[in-house]
Every structure is written in C-alpha cells, then in structure tokens.
Design a protein around this ligand. Structure first.
Ligand code: ZN
Ligand code: MN
Length: 486
C-alpha cells in the first residue's frame, strides 16, 4: 500500500433553543410537552394577514451569547426570509438573518484533556425561528406546530476542529456556556441543541495532498450521534477516496443524514446552495439597531464564564483540573463551592464533600445540590475535617443526616450521633498507656524493630480505636504511639 496520511477537518453548525417565555415573533408560550397544536396563533401558524413582532428578550439572549463567544456584535441587523416548502413550516419561509448576522468573528476556547485549551473560531451567530415537528404514525404523518416560532440561535464555527473528540468538547463547552448565561436549558433530550458537522479529510498520498468532498451531516440531536457520525464519515471518506479517488470540486458538497439504527450516514442531497432559498428581506419586520447603552446593559448581565471559573479554581484554590471541571459543569454547584471557600472552607475538602457526598444524595433524591445544602454548612463541615473533629467516614454520615436536621448545627449533629472524633491528647494518652500495658508482646515486637514491628504497631492502634469505639483521631493516636514506642 502506498504511503497515506490524513487529517480530519470539521466545522460545526449548532442550533440552540433560547429559553424565553414566549416565541420569537408572537406571544405564544414556549412549552415543551404541551398538547399538540395547543400553543399556536395566527402568526406562528402562518395565517395570511398576521404580522410578526420581535421578542426583545430573545434578541438580548442572542447578543449575550454572541458576547460570551467573543464576537463583534452588529449595531444594525435586519431579518430575511429563507424560502422553502415543508409541512412543518406553514408560512413556507423561515425568518432568519442572512447577510447581516447579529454576531461575527468570535472564538470559543475548549478545554483539552491535557489541561491546555484550543481556540476554535466562530464565523457568525444569528437568530431565527424554529419550525414545527412532523410526527410519523403508521402510514400517515401529523404535524405539531407548538415548536414553530421558537427562538433559535444558529452558531457557525470555522473548520478548526481536527477530531470527533474536539467537536464533542466544543459542543459540551457551548452547552456549559449557554446554561451559565441562562439563555438556554440546552437539554439534549428536549431537542434544545442540534448539531450539523461539516466533515472532510486532507489526505496525503505519496507526498501529494488531496481534499475529500465536504459532507454536512444534518440535524444530530445527541452528543453520541455527533461523535459517531463524524467517526463514520472519517472512515467512509477515506475508503471512498482510496477506491474512487474522488476529491473536492466546486459543487460536490453533499448532505447526509444519520441513521441511528444502522449507525451509518445516508446520502440526502448532492448539493444545496444559498440561492436555492431565494433569500430576501423580511418586509413585515423593522431592522434592529442596538445602541451603546443597550449593549452595555447586556454585557453587565454576563456572569463569569465556565472555563474562566474552572481555571480560577485551579490557580486560586489549587484544585486539580479534573476536580475543577466537575465542579464547574453546573453553575449553581460551582457558585456554591466558591461561596463555601470564601466562607473559610478548605477547597479540596469542600470539593470532595460536594462532588462525592452531596452529588450522590442529590442524584438519589433527584434534586439539585443547592436544594440540599448551603455554603456556610459546607464551610463548617470542611473545617471540622481540617481540625480533626470528625473523620472522613463520619463526614459522609453527617452529609446524610444534615439534610434532615435543618435546625441543628453540624457540630450539634455530630455530637448527637456520637461522630465527634476524640483528639483530647490527655485522654487518649491514658487509653494508649492502658493498651500498651495490656499488650506487652506487641510492644516488644514494635521495639525489636524487626519484621513484625509494623504489623504490631497497627495492632496497637487498632486496639486504641476499639477502646474508643472508633472515635479516636487516628492521627493523634499514631503520634502518641510514636512518642511512647520510639
Ligand atoms: Zn404564535
Ligand atoms: Mn438555521
């Protein structure tokens, strides 16, 4: 076989539902799971004579996302009609932004496994409306228009990703950003985020470089489908190139769909160009002009973004990149942790308490961590661990008890359930003396310094723990034993 190398090139289009109360151009409620066609009006049904009115909140959410993606925000935008026929689109056109998107030329930093970041450029982001949903039942199709008119932010990246893993990281980071901003729930199961990767390969064969035709995979609604469809396209395009030698030419871009049952992509259309949509300016809506004051106002509502927070937790609190990533996956949890540390919690211990104990309890009870525990209580719990008042086993027990005893302090809970560790040196010293006098043989073994020494020391420690019903602070006991036995 000849000498072949290849590089994967992927750009991504992402559609994100914005979580406004009402739709993009009418006052119908956005409600997932409502009875079919119960959240509709003449505007979103596309009735003749009805007029759209822009949802200002949706525009602000989109601008906010554009700012978080480091984009230039357009001071002037207009709306355009993208014309096509499909049963889920009763107007026969979608209102979108064609040549004047509201955000341009940004970037997103994605956290790589190595702890480094990679910058992926954002070409543009614009606002449009979603279509309804076709349901296929037996031999018939039905259409539910509750979703028609949902504000949809379309984000287009440059082809800067070079593996399925990088695409996945970008998708996850974007999900984290829009959730932090509060502009989308970004719930994959509810179709709040949909992906369309553009995939092709740069193949080097016998020192010469070829590009395979670009394929756009349409409408992927899970991270898994995104990942698998890209992996599949990489293999398919490489095989196709080796068999047919087909390379990229003008107009041989194609779109494919993902067949989840068979885990393959399927050809849909050979080519599709902007002029097929006959874009023209929407005559029923006025253009949007956004002034300095309005921009500043939106900017001021942007919180600390997840990656920045994650990196701050590493640099400021000395957490590992992994721990910081777990804590910042969700904004409320990250803020709870941050506040606990500001109230005096030891960062590493607070991180363990939150991500291990309370996360597990929250999962069991199907609630959020912030519903279970407050920052000051986490600070108190971590302090008790630092001071040796409780062991880590006792701490886990306290985590269980604390949610049921809102009126007691953690210390009171620990006392009530006999979880306070004995660190009183005088008292422990007395118990150690007693254990040593009762176990002369073990004491001899330790002092001999031979093979049995370590084991005998462990035995003596165990005896002390037993006498104190496990409540002695093992660290203090070890120190006393060390002092007495040399
Ligand atoms: Zn409506
Ligand atoms: Mn779109």
């Amino acid at each position: 076989m000849s000498d072949i190398k290849y590089k994967v090139v992927v750009g991504l289009e992402i559609h994100v539902h914005l979580c406004t109360r009402t739709k993009m151009f009418c006052s119908c409620a956005l409600e997932y799971g409502a009875q079919a066609n119960s959240r509709v009006c003449p505007v979103c049904l596309g009735m003749p004579g009805s007029l759209p009115v822009m949802n200002k909140k949706a525009y602000e959410y989109a601008v906010m996302a554009g700012m978080a993606l480091n984009c230039e925000i357009a001071r002037f935008t207009k709306w355009d009609r993208k014309n096509y026929y499909y049963p889920d689109l009763p107007k026969n056109y979608q209102i979108s932004q064609y040549d004047l998107p509201l955000a341009l030329n940004g970037f997103i930093e994605i956290p790589l496994e190595s702890g480094q970041t990679k910058r992926i450029r954002i070409r543009r982001a614009h606002l449009e409306e979603d279509a309804g949903k076709n349901l296929h039942v037996g031999n018939f199709s039905q259409v539910d228009l509750n979703r028609a008119g949902t504000p949809l932010l379309e984000i287009v990246t440059e082809p800067d990703m070079n593996s399925a893993a990088e695409v996945r990281l970008l998708a996850t980071e974007l999900q984290r950003i829009v959730r932090y901003l509060g502009v989308s729930e970004a719930d994959m199961q509810k179709g709040h985020m949909r992906f369309e990767p553009n995939v092709n390969l740069t193949v080097t064969k016998n020192g010469k470089e070829y590009k395979t035709p670009i394929v756009e995979v349409k409408n992927l609604n899970s991270f898994r489908a995104l990942d698998r469809s890209i992996e599949y396209e990489i293999r398919r395009q490489l095989d196709d190139f080796l068999e047919s030698g087909r390379v990229m030419e003008m107009g041989n871009k194609s779109t494919r769909g993902w067949d989840d049952a068979n885990q393959v992509t399927v050809l849909q259309r050979e080519k599709e160009e902007a002029h097929d949509y006959r874009y023209f300016p929407e005559p029923d809506l006025v253009p949007v002009e956004i002034g300095e004051q309005w921009l500043e106002d939106i900017q001021s509502r942007i919180c600390e973004l997840p990656l920045k927070k994650q990196m701050r937790f590493v640099s400021e609190y000395g957490l590992s990149d992994y721990d910081a990533g777990v804590l910042t996956a969700d904004r409320a949890t990250a803020e709870l942790f941050d506040e606990a540390v500001k109230l005096g919690a030891d960062p590493k211990r607070a991180c363990n308490i939150i991500t291990q104990d309370y996360q597990r309890i929250a999962n069991e009870r199907r609630c959020t961590i912030t519903e279970l525990i407050t920052a000051d209580r986490i600070a108190e719990q971590s302090q008790m661990l630092v001071l040796g008042d409780i062991s880590s086993t006792a701490s886990a027990t306290i985590s269980q008890l604390v949610t049921e005893s809102p009126d007691l302090s953690l210390h009171e809970i620990a006392v009530k359930h006999n979880l306070i560790q004995k660190s009183d040196t005088a008292e422990l010293e007395r118990i150690v003396e007693q254990v040593l006098s009762e176990n002369a043989a073990a004491v001899e073994d330790v002092k001999s310094g031979g093979k049995k020494s370590g084991k005998a020391r462990g035995f003596l420690l165990g005896q002390v723990m037993q006498k104190t019903k496990g409540q002695a602070n093992p660290k203090v006991v070890s120190e006393i034993l060390g002092r007495k036995l040399g």
